[in-house]
Design a protein around this ligand. Structure first.
Ligand code: KIV
Ligand code: ZN
Length: 516
């Protein structure tokens, strides 16, 4: 059969724009793990970070470029030589590397943010693209705030950067201001008014401030865009970006409307990746979220259930299996051996080295002693290890809490620091407060808990509880998470992880540059 569909390139920016969501930061190991899962999902491009933003971002982009095979690995850079050089250094180890340069073009950004005239913007954009081309063939340019840029000037910029060698031009709706008919019309306008437009792929990058990011992206595809920049679970600045899973499933489910295009996404992996991102970032997916929410395929009303039993298609436009929500996971337990353990990990795309595997197996056995069934989510936690054990200054060795109605909650905590053993007790407003106060006494630093959430990350009464904390040490803000079947222990470990990181990294510079 003749294959005449055009490819829609899925450009995943969960690790860059997504990671800019307040409170969604991931550590180095988590970023690598997610990048490997995105490759298994078969995304076309992974935007792995903004290398100039911090040493941590640089290291993560470089490590992803070195180890993740399949997708193009992109890094973001402002249209500035030092950004481009740093980005090139990070992405060039990839088999397929991309430098993504951006510069704002709208009047409001030119006037208030950049204080530059149109001709200066045009010149800087062209210079930036030409400079990036010295390092890699694949260069993307984004006119930031494109949707609020004067159309004639936008067309001029797009033409100039394509002439300068941009292979992809991205049209961002940076502030999520557009509505679908208007945004589709903007893309059509560019196709009609930029003479060399067919020499580049046109991407779109829509933010969700008005809840229209996915709709705008789809309208752009219908008007000629062939790349969509999106994130898992719609993470991203402010209200987020277009959700990858929604864009992909809309194109697939409405193939009757999107007759000439398709994506290469392995949709049966969507649910797993969504869960992983939620776990790694601590950003819970709302139950009624399209495609991957817990209720997305749940039918409650009697009349719906009746219809479903008679014919599934009465109330279901997609099958849960299409996104990998099939409930057929294999469950491990304390009698499971190394072989089954390794097999399950590699089924989840978690390929550990022999040493990592041995360490993970010990954690598995410890958990299996406390918890009868070990599910896929538990395995992901086990494979990742525990935040609090990394580069630890203090390790939680013993925790005992006493609490109850009309009782004064108290906690006894023992921490190990090398060979030193420290012990203290404290009382507080609840067992968690008491435990954290005892940790403060022992560590000698006092963090202020500015954000705290607990969620069950596996199923059953013996589910693992994950604590996500955000702790301020003066002006320094750190986030961490930890999981345990005991939520007080999870909270104490997450808090201790922040204390450790504060103590060991407070001398490191590296404030993130904020951008959209
Ligand atoms: O929203 C935006 O404009 C961006 C650009 C850097 C592409 O994130
Ligand atoms: Zn953005």
């Amino acid at each position: 059969m003749k294959h005449d569909k055009e490819k829609i390139y899925i450009f995943d920016t969960t690790l860059r724009d997504g990671e800019q969501s307040p409170g969604a930061s991931m550590n180095h190991r988590e970023k690598l793990e997610l990048a490997h899962q995105l490759a298994l999902l078969n995304v076309d491009i992974i935007e792995a970070g903004f290398p100039i933003a911090s040493p941590g971002d640089f290291r993560a982009v470089k490590a992803i470029a070195e180890s993740v095979k399949g997708p193009v690995i992109a890094g973001l850079a402002r249209c500035i030589a030092k950004d481009i050089e740093r980005c090139a250094e990070a992405v060039v180890p990839a088999r397929k590397s991309r430098i993504h340069v951006f510069l704002a073009t709208s009047e409001i950004h030119r006037k208030f943010k950049l204080n530059k005239a149109r001709h200066e913007i045009l010149k800087q954009a062209v210079t930036g693209v030409k400079y990036a081309k010295k390092f890699t063939r694949d260069v993307e340019f984004s006119p930031e705030d494109a949707s609020r840029t004067e159309r004639d000037f936008l067309a001029q910029v797009v033409k100039a950067v394509i002439d300068a060698g941009a292979t992809t031009v991205n049209i961002p709706d940076t502030v999520g201001y557009s509505i679908p008919t208007e945004f589709g019309d903007l893309i059509a306008y560019l196709f009609d008014n930029v003479p060399n437009i067919n020499k580049a792929i046109i991407n779109v990058h829509c933010h969700n401030d008005l809840g229209l990011a996915v709709a705008n992206s789809l309208a752009a595809i219908q008007n000629g865009a062939r790349g969509v920049e999106c994130t898992i679970n719609g993470l991203g600045e402010r209200a987020g970006n277009a959700a990858l899973e929604e864009v992909v499933m809309a194109i697939k489910t409405r193939a009757d409307l999107f007759t000439n295009v398709e994506t290469g996404i392995k949709t049966e992996r969507l649910y797993k990746v969504s869960r992983l991102v939620s776990q790694l970032t601590g950003m819970t997916v709302q139950r009624n979220k399209a495609i991957v929410g817990a209720n997305a395929f749940a039918h409650e009303a009697g009349v719906h259930q009746d219809g479903m039993l008679k014919e599934r298609r009465t109330y279901e436009i997609m099958k849960p299996q299409d996104i990998g929500m099939d409930g057929t996971e294999l469950v491990l337990g304390k009698h499971s051996g190394r072989h089954a353990f390794r097999h399950q990990l590699s089924r989840l795309g978690l390929n550990l080295t022999q040493t990592e595997l041995e360490e993970a197996y010990i954690r598995f056995k410890e958990l299996a002693d406390k918890k009868k069934n070990i599910y896929d989510d538990d395995l992901q936690m086990i494979a990742r290890g525990d935040d609090s054990q990394n580069a630890s200054v203090y390790v939680l060795d013993y925790l005992h809490v006493s609490t109850g109605t009309n009782a004064i909650p108290t906690a006894t905590v023992r921490l190990k620091k090398g060979k030193e053993v420290l012990q203290s007790a404290a009382y507080g407003d609840g067992p968690i407060d008491a435990a954290l106060k005892a940790i403060d006494k022992l560590s000698g630093v006092r963090g202020k808990l500015t954000d705290f959430s607990l969620q069950a990350i596996t199923v059953g009464k013996d589910a693992m509880g994950e604590a996500n904390v955000r702790v301020a040490f003066g002006p320094d803000m750190l986030s961490a998470k930890a999981a345990s079947t005991d939520i007080v222990e999870a909270s104490a470990k997450a808090y201790l992880s922040c204390v450790n990181r504060y103590l060991s990294t407070r001398k490191l510079a590296g404030k993130k540059i904020k951008h959209n």
